[in-house]
Ligand binder design. Structure first.
Ligand SMILES: Cc1cc2nc3c(=O)[nH]c(=O)nc-3n(C[C@H](O)[C@H](O)[C@H](O)COP(=O)(O)OP(=O)(O)OC[C@H]3O[C@@H](n4cnc5c(N)ncnc54)[C@H](O)[C@@H]3O)c2cc1C
Length: 470
């Protein structure tokens, strides 16, 4: 029997073709694999990295958007609106951390203040009717630490923050348990389509499939080109962010958004579900699809913008900095296309809302299967999954006396900054999708993500990972 998850050094399974293969295990590809798992199909999910959610999906602002400011009438507007509803309900069922903190879109000058009624009308055109205008006094009352000069705000009560790491892990876990084969460390290098079958040349051998779904994020245009399609080019737009220490959390109640401009959504301040505060992102158009480094200029720009929004934030300690690359394509919409003649569905241009929209994108993509000549059959319910409660407001194991009495490993802290216990690390290392690196373990447990960034627990964490391998 083929193992459900394969990785570096392991052979790919026998040459029986898959019905469907998804390239890319980001939040979009894992959501699609999970949706496909409901059908009687033989499905593979193929990922170049050694883990799911290891590309853009691990480095974003983690907002579950309402879609209030989307371009009305676009596919993105529809899928963000539906995706928020689907993901909020799924998160509640599976334990993905979400906090409905709400957002304030703050106007700092008369021009921005004048733009707010138009944004309110746009929200309503996007089907979002709970937004309301606040005057300067109401704005200051909502956010007492806001910098001087805020003239008013648009309040969007349903904007939420979510755990970006647990989301693709939940999707992939459910897909794998339902029979999807996940092939990690498996970069797709070439594709040939003949006689109704795709033959994928990968870093771990060949794999054949009847239908191909290209969810390769920053590389979706390159995968399309292997099949002769030149319809779009990805130009990465880097977003750098600063993570402030948990002591800053009380400074901010809402997600504080700027009034959007043509250059994008702009720099925001947002709480995280882990109890930190984010400042960012920048928006830098680059040519290098690997340029995820932070720069002195980028961080200086963020500090300058942050000082205006929330001056006291800049006095707080910085825990970490990171950067992610949006898969921009020069079009203010997603690029999801079925190519029936080649049994290919391209899921490209999922730029800055893909986390929110992931489940709706998946449902939309699966609705396109019949256009490619593949009848997926009847869907079934998937067995539910329960993910570890990583959120700061969750009942964390180290606080659970009854659990610790049953199993003392939940009372033994390994990562003191994030209060991660030996029991949680053991659970992650023996889960359906065990991590293959310290970074992967951090995304499953928070271990090493705190203010010391693994300085104290790094060696112990590595020992746990090595121990699980031997
Ligand atoms: C700074 C920033 C802030 C953002 N903020 C938000 C937000 O607040 N809310 C929100 O909803 N969205 C946000 N987004 C957008 C969101 O993160 C993305 O839309 C989403 O992560 C895209 O997911 P994906 O699966 O398409 O891409 P990815 O996560 O990049 O996944 C694609 C995968 O394909 C794999 N791959 C590529 N080529 C190959 C190949 N040849 N063979 C095999 N595998 C391959 C890659 O390794 C990768 O794992 C933000 C993005 C950025 C950069």
């Amino acid at each position: 029997m083929t193992p459900a998850v394969t990785g570096a050094g392991e052979p790919l399974p026998d040459s029986t073709p898959y019905d469907v293969t998804v390239i890319g295990a980001g939040v979009v590809g894992t959501a699609i694999a999970r949706e496909l798992a409901r059908y009687p199909l033989r499905t593979a999910l193929v990922e170049a990295a050694d883990d799911v959610g290891n590309g853009t999906s691990k480095a974003n602002t983690a907002i579950l958007h309402t879609g209030f400011d989307a371009v009305p009438g676009t596919l993105e507007a529809r899928l963000v609106r539906d995706g928020r509803r689907l993901l909020a309900a799924y998160a509640a069922r599976t334990g993905i951390p979400v906090e409905r903190v709400g957002a304030l879109l703050v106007a700092w000058d008369q021009e921005q203040l004048d733009a707010l009624p138009g944004l309110l009308a746009k929200a309503e055109r996007n089907g979002y009717r709970a937004a309301r205008l606040l005057d300067a006094e109401e704005t200051a009352a909502r956010e007492p630490h806001l910098g001087p000069g805020a003239l008013g705000a648009l309040e969007i009560p349903d904007e939420s923050v979510i755990c970006p790491w647990t989301t693709p892990l939940a999707f992939a876990t459910q897909a794998v348990r339902a029979g999807v084969h996940l092939h990690l460390d498996c970069p797709v290098q070439d594709i040939a389509y003949t006689d109704g079958l795709h033959t994928l040349t990968t870093g771990r051998g060949t794999l054949r499939t009847r239908l191909l779904i290209n969810a390769a994020g920053l590389h979706a245009d390159q995968i399309d080109r292997l099949l002769g399609h030149h319809t779009f080019t990805v130009r990465p737009r880097r977003g750098q962010l600063i993570v402030f220490d948990k002591l800053a959390r009380d400074l901010v109640g809402h997600i504080l958004l700027p009034v959007p401009t043509a250059a994008g959504k702009g720099v925001l301040v947002a709480p995280t579900v882990f109890g930190n505060v984010l400042l960012g992102p920048t928006a830098e158009d680059l040519d290098d699809r690997t340029a995820t480094e932070s720069t002195a200029e980028g961080l200086a720009l963020l500090r300058e913008k942050g000082r205006r929004i929330l001056p006291r934030l800049l006095d707080e300690e910085v825990t970490a900095v990171y950067a992610g690359l949006r898969a921009a394509t020069g079009q203010e919409d997603y690029r999801i296309t079925a190519h029936p003649d080649q049994r290919l569905i391209t899921v490209g241009g999922i730029r800055s809302t893909g986390l929110t929209a992931s489940m709706a994108i998946a449902a939309y993509v699966v609705s396109l299967l019949p256009d490619t000549g593949l009848d997926p059959g009847e869907p079934a319910e998937l067995d539910p999954v329960t993910m570890p409660g990583l959120g700061e407001t969750a009942d964390r194991p180290y606080l659970d006396a009854a659990l610790i009495a049953r199993d003392p490993a939940y009372g033994t802290l390994v990562c003191h900054c994030e209060r991660v216990t030996e029991g949680e690390i053991r659970d992650a290392l023996t889960s359906t999708l065990p991590p293959r690196s310290a970074e992967g373990l951090a995304r499953r447990t928070r271990a090493g993500n705190g203010r010391c960034q693994g300085f104290h627990c790094g060696a112990a964490i590595r020992a746990h990972i090595e121990g699980a391998r031997s």
